[in-house]
Design a protein around this ligand. Structure first.
Ligand code: TYM
Length: 335
């Protein structure tokens, strides 16, 4: 542990492959920040269980997510990249925090409302208390900063509320975490319906670009992206949501400003613009995909890092859990 550095915590659910939204809204920022902070990145497999998973597929997805984190640029020798389900302190603290969280505040969570509509046949208690497990993830590591996309902002707020409530009773046990969102890319929209967030679970396969899509598929999805009947490449979220979303993606990938992009495509049609966005995204994905393939073949390397980092995560998080046990009055383990 580098005591000088602030602590960063984040993670993603281990379901399907990642979308370009996950990458631009979160993972790309993690890579930018990973040297400046002491980092913990979880493969959030316990959270994924709130929706039914096919076991073999689920196991494969969790491993694939681990490899994608590393392929995208997180260094598992420098950062603690681990599996949430391998570290029992998460479920343990979540239980305690459940007792400090109100039904009313959980029932206001938009993600709960959306998911219970989508999975009406399986509105389980885990789906309801999902944000409490997320709060436990973050608070166990005393995180200062949590880089996430805009859709997780509400979960970060409830995490802060739970921590403040706990601290008000027991003293300064938890660090109050700050969300971090990039200037652009915190909300990448569907390529088929720019009023909706780009999501893994979209039924329309052209709505989301996946990190592991091949070059032709990426370019084809951008060519089919919904725009408008105008021809000008101009940033206007209200009047031109489709074009604005493509500009956001292009800006995240190339580092160009909206003004740069408008002048680059002045007088050119949407065809040229969509092609340029597709190529830029495919160029960014290419090295990640080839590194990913190498990593998926290198079982020894990945297994070694998982083992080391699971232990590190346990060691660190258990310190917080012991402190919490003591504060609430649970009796000490007899050694
Ligand atoms: P998840 O797996 O849904 O998404 C992972 C990250 O990707 C971001 N994201 C997006 N950003 C921009 N545009 C989009 N279209 C888009 N779609 C997804 C999400 O905001 C997120 O940052 N509950 C979390 C996982 C989690 C977690 C945590 C995160 C569990 N414990 C502790 C941080 C800290 C989730 O479901 O993310």
């Amino acid at each position: 542990m580098d005591k000088e550095k602030k602590i960063l915590y984040s993670g993603m659910q281990a379901t399907n492959t990642l979308t370009l939204g996950n990458y631009l809204g979160a993972l790309k920022n993690w890579v930018k920040m990973h040297e400046e902070y002491e980092c913990f990145f979880g493969v959030m497999d316990l959270h994924s269980l709130t929706v039914r998973q096919e076991p073999a597929e689920f196991r494969k997805n969790a491993r694939s997510l681990y490899a994608l984190y590393v392929a995208a640029g997180l260094d598992p020798e420098q950062n603690c990249v681990y599996y949430q389900s391998h570290v029992p302190t998460h479920a343990q603290l979540a239980w305690i925090l459940n007792c400090f969280t109100y039904m009313g505040e959980l029932s206001r969570m938009t993600q709960f409302k959306d998911k219970s509509q989508k999975h009406a046949d399986n509105v389980n208690a885990g789906l309801f208390t999902y944000p409490v497990l997320m709060a436990a993830d973050i608070l166990l590591y005393q995180a200062d900063v949590v880089p996430v996309g805009a859709d997780q902002k509400q979960h970060l707020e409830i995490c802060r509320d739970i921590a403040e409530r706990f601290n008000a009773i027991y003293g300064d046990v938890f660090t109050i975490p700050e969300p971090y969102m990039g200037n652009t890319g915190a909300r990448i929209m569907s390529l088929q319906d720019p009023d909706k967030k780009m999501s893994k679970s979209d039924e329309n396969p052209n709505a989301a670009v996946m990190l592991l899509d091949d070059r032709d598929t990426i370019i084809r999805k951008f060519k089919r992206a919904v725009t408008d009947s105008d021809t000008a490449v101009r940033y206007d979220e209200e009047a031109k949501p489709g074009v604005s979303n493509l500009m956001t993606i292009y800006s995240c990938v190339t580092g160009k400003t909206m003004a740069d992009i408008e002048s680059e495509f002045a007088g050119k049609g949407y065809g040229d613009f969509k092609m340029a966005v597709g190529e830029a995204v495919a160029d960014e994905m290419a090295p990640i995909q080839s590194r990913y393939k190498e990593l998926m073949d290198d079982k020894t390397y990945i297994d070694g890092r998982i083992k080391e980092n699971d232990e590190k995560a346990y060691y660190f998080s258990n310190k917080t859990l012991r402190k919490v046990h003591k504060k609430v009055g649970l009796t000490e383990l007899i050694k």
